[in-house]
Design a protein around this ligand. Structure first.
Ligand code: UD1
Ligand code: MG
Length: 455
């Protein structure tokens, strides 16, 4: 049986933040959640989370039936952290240790380490262009593994080594326990270092296998805001690459952010400075203009989203056109070939097929029939300060500019609202509703004058 221990108790002092390090976001998800997802992918039967710093907040994020949290009261090092959980593992299990601050560890690398652990202890190393801050892997003249030395304990020569400890380690539980008990904190940081167990095992003549990873993102840990930013950009670049290899046209890989799952059909174009959050589906032929943010929404075949548009929790059907500068809020359905223009906010509303709201409007809690036209400056008054009410427009309704529709109110099919009306009563099919002060033109009217002015 495979059990995974994830270390997530550290303070993360180098982040200089009051948020626990493992809760900082990468691609919109806490670092530790990425690791948790990977632990499940490799088939962990039980997951042990070592929490300490900001334990309640971390626990709230990772809480699940397959996760057990263990409190590390004082953060005395990675070896000490594993000691808090190991006794809860079955002695027959293989135990895999993952670090909550190494978020993009790949399942294939872990599979190799788990396989290697069937004959003893196994760790994952990697070569990185800048090994600063990592533990370096020490080897003898023949290349045999000697141990791991931490940056603070390393000599100048050792610091030049570029093979680093990724932190991933796997071992049979019983052997692991035995070496953990023998750890000391006799080092530069006065901490119980986890990689020391490998050295103890080697000194005992036990097999220690070092699996080398050649996946660029596998091993990158997050200790500082700079490392978080670098990892985010590398990860986003990889996600953009994946989409481009499926044919998606992305204007600039460094100016698109995918914070969740983005599914694209054929011939999708994505312009610069676009952010996708949660689960977003762009059907074939969709184009997303520059500076758009789209969250948890489906955009139908051939729909066009013009620049500076924000769409959240909405369903945009085929051929619709949205924006520029539109805000589409949760619960909205924009039907086929409908049009939403600039400075229009729509919430919890169904805009029917080929209906239009081309400029400067607020539609909240409304049903707009197909082919209806909502003029500039139209506002649904959906809220009386306590309750919300619906506005219903039938098919082919015309609402003149600057009208106020006081809900609950219904304008039946073919109804026509004169510009500047405040509609409080229902309008029957094909009626014209005029609800505004009548214009008077006053002859011989004299303008007011300032006191010093004379005729
Ligand atoms: C550690 C490794 C280093 C490796 C690097 C890879 C040790 C001693 N060093 O260094 O060899 O190259 O990771 O990224 O293992 N944690 C606890 N309790 C503690 C201390 C840490 O849970 O008492 C957790 C942290 O929350 C973090 C992880 O363990 O998720 C690693 O700790 P961190 O302080 O970041 O170690 P590094 O200095 O990165
Ligand atoms: Mg670290």
């Amino acid at each position: 049986m495979l059990e995974v221990i994830i270390l997530a108790a550290g303070h993360g002092s180098r982040m200089q933040s009051s948020t626990a390090k493992v809760l900082h976001l990468l691609a919109g998800q806490p670092l530790v959640s990425h690791v948790l997802g990977t632990a499940r992918e490799v088939g962990a039967r039980r997951i042990h989370m070592v929490v300490g710093h900001d334990a309640d907040a971390v626990q709230a994020v990772v809480s699940a039936p397959d996760v057990e949290c263990h409190l590390q009261q004082q953060q005395l090092g990675t070896g000490h952290a594993v000691q808090q959980a190991i006794h809860n593992c079955d002695s027959e299990s293989t135990v895999l240790v993952l670090f909550g601050d190494v978020p993009l560890i790949h399942r294939d690398s872990l599979d190799e380490v788990i396989r290697a652990a069937s004959s003893g202890m196994a760790m994952l190393s990697s070569y990185v262009p800048d090994p600063t801050g990592y533990g370096r892997v020490l080897r003898d003249a023949e290349g045999a593994f000697q141990g791991v030395v931490e940056e603070q304990d390393a000599t100048a020569d050792q610091r030049r080594l570029s093979e680093i400890n990724t932190g991933v380690l796997a071992a049979p539980a019983a052997a692991f326990c035995q070496y953990l008990e023998r750890l000391t904190n006799d080092n530069a940081q006065g901490e119980y270092y986890l990689p020391e167990v490998l050295k103890l095992a080697r000194e005992d003549g036990a097999t220690v296998t070092v699996v080398q990873s050649d996946r660029a993102l596998d091993c990158l840990g997050v200790n500082t805001p700079q490392q978080l930013e670098q990892l985010e950009r590398l990860h986003q670049g990889a996600l953009a690459d994946q989409l481009m290899s499926q044919g998606v046209l992305i204007a600039d890989r460094s100016r698109v952010d995918i914070r969740g799952a983005l599914h694209c059909g054929r011939d999708v174009c994505i312009d610069v400075n676009t952010v996708f959050e949660g689960t977003v589906t762009l059907a074939g032929g969709v184009s997303i203009g520059a500076n758009c943010i789209i969250s948890n929404s489906n955009i139908g075949e051939g729909a066009q989203v013009h620049p500076f548009t924000h769409i959240e929790g909405a369903e945009i059907k085929a051929g619709a056109s949205i924006g520029p500068y539109a805000r589409i809020r949760p619960g909205t359905v924009i039907d086929e070939v409908a049009k939403v223009g600039n400075f229009v906010e729509i919430k919890n509303t169904h805009l029917g097929r080929a209906a239009k709201a081309s400029h400067l409007a607020y539609l909240g809690d409304a049903d707009v029939g197909s082919k209806s036209n909502v003029g500039a400056g139209t506002i649904t008054c959906n809220y009386d300060g306590a309750n919300k009410y619906r506005t219903v427009l039938g098919e082919s309704v015309f609402v003149g500019s600057n009208s106020t529709l006081v809900a609950p109110v219904t304008i039946d099919a073919g109804g026509f609202v004169a510009a500047g009306s405040t509609i409080t009563d229902n309008v029957a099919p094909d009626q014209l509703a005029v609800a505004r002060g009548r214009q008077r033109n006053v002859d011989g009217w004299r303008r007011p004058k300032k006191p010093e002015e004379t005729d």
